[in-house]
Design a protein around this ligand. Structure first.
Ligand code: RIB
Ligand code: CA
Length: 328
């Protein structure tokens, strides 16, 4: 029986605890082949992001190219990383790190994206779960990119759900709104996995304890430690999550929509980003075709597939089953 070849993915990330969950989900899932990890600032400084990506791969005995990318937003002034959410080291302030080898690929993240896509036109999916500066810079460097990329899936934004950095803005988009607007208007096949669905999926800390006990492996032990720190933040700030003693999976869902699209309800619309002012970072979705007097909503703004609903329990079951596979 011929099985579908695994989807080649470049993972653009700011690890970050839920980024680490997402990476390990991808490494565990047979339908995903992570061919590169391009890092960006966001949850941590970009140097720390690259170090964390190399460390997580080494713990899982994977050799995957890791590049250093955007160190700050394209235009707005950078804000300090949220060490109160992910820890100063981005992985929940690990008490120690085992000695591992591995150095970043010498290319920048945007250059790696362009080179890899041009080597395999039509085959590469970009899964982006941090601020979008690497993708925006790659677009500027190579305007033909959108026609050669198979698909872009991004964790970011929100349409009907409240924001997490303001009443209307989600962190990844808010951290670099100019980059995000370039990504939403580039014209590549784009799926947005925003807070409308990620706030429906709360992952219990007990799940990561069970995964760690199942594997008895330094990779899943490290992930469990990181999720414990990350869950403590949510326990202090989110009454819904506190009831579960867990956390939002956020970035993992960018891979679940790839492996299990049937669990999501998608809606097509034109998405733009507010780049400044009180609504900075808001993802605004034109959901019906009316002609607006407000500029910026012209007809040729490309469409985005936006995840508006998810079968949360089935999603959690897929995440658990994937982590429990024999992948380490
Ligand atoms: O808003 C959640 C997003 O911001 C996630 O990608 C998380 O890792 C942070 O980057
Ligand atoms: Ca992230």
């Amino acid at each position: 029986m011929t099985s579908t070849p695994a989807r080649k993915v470049i993972f653009d990330t700011d690890p970050g605890v839920d980024d680490a969950m997402a990476l390990y989900y991808a490494l565990a899932h047979p339908a995903i082949d992570v061919v590169g990890i391009t890092t960006t600032f966001g949850n941590v400084l970009v140097e720390q992001a690259a170090s964390n990506a190399l460390y997580l791969c080494a713990l899982a005995s994977r050799e995957i190219p890791v590049t250093v990318g955007a160190s700050k937003p394209l235009v707005k002034v950078a804000v300090p990383p949220p060490d109160f959410i992910h820890g100063a080291d981005g992985l929940g302030n690990l008490p120690q790190r085992v000695i591992t080898r591995g150095t970043p690929d010498p290319r920048s993240s945007p250059q790696f994206i362009i080179d890899t896509v041009r080597q395999s036109p039509g085959e590469i999916t970009l899964v982006a779960v941090g601020p979008l500066g690497n993708l925006a810079t790659a677009l500027r460097m190579d305007p033909e990119l959108p026609a050669m990329v198979r698909e872009v899936i991004l964790m970011g934004g929100t349409v009907l759900e409240s924001g997490n950095v303001s009443p209307v803005a989600e962190a990844n988009i808010w951290n670099d709104p100019h980059a995000a607007d370039a990504v939403f208007t580039a014209g590549w096949p784009l799926t947005m996995v925003g807070l409308d669905v990620t706030h429906q999926v709360i992952l219990p800390l007990a799940l990561f304890q069970a995964i760690a006990e199942h594997h008895c492996h330094r990779a899943t032990d490290t992930l469990h430690h990181a999720v414990s720190f990350y869950s403590a933040f949510y326990g202090q700030h989110d009454s819904l999550v506190r009831q579960v003693n867990g956390c939002y999976g956020h970035d993992v869902l960018a891979f679940v929509v790839l492996t299990n699209p049937e669990l999501f309800t998608l809606q097509n619309g034109r998405v733009r980003v507010a780049v400044d002012g009180l609504a900075q970072g808001q993802t605004m979705m034109r959901r019906k075709e009316v002609s607006y007097p407000q500029y910026g909503w012209h007809e040729d703004i490309p469409h985005t597939q936006v995840c508006m609903a998810v079968q949360a329990d089935a999603c959690k079951a897929v995440i658990e089953a994937t982590f429990m596979r024999n992948w380490l």
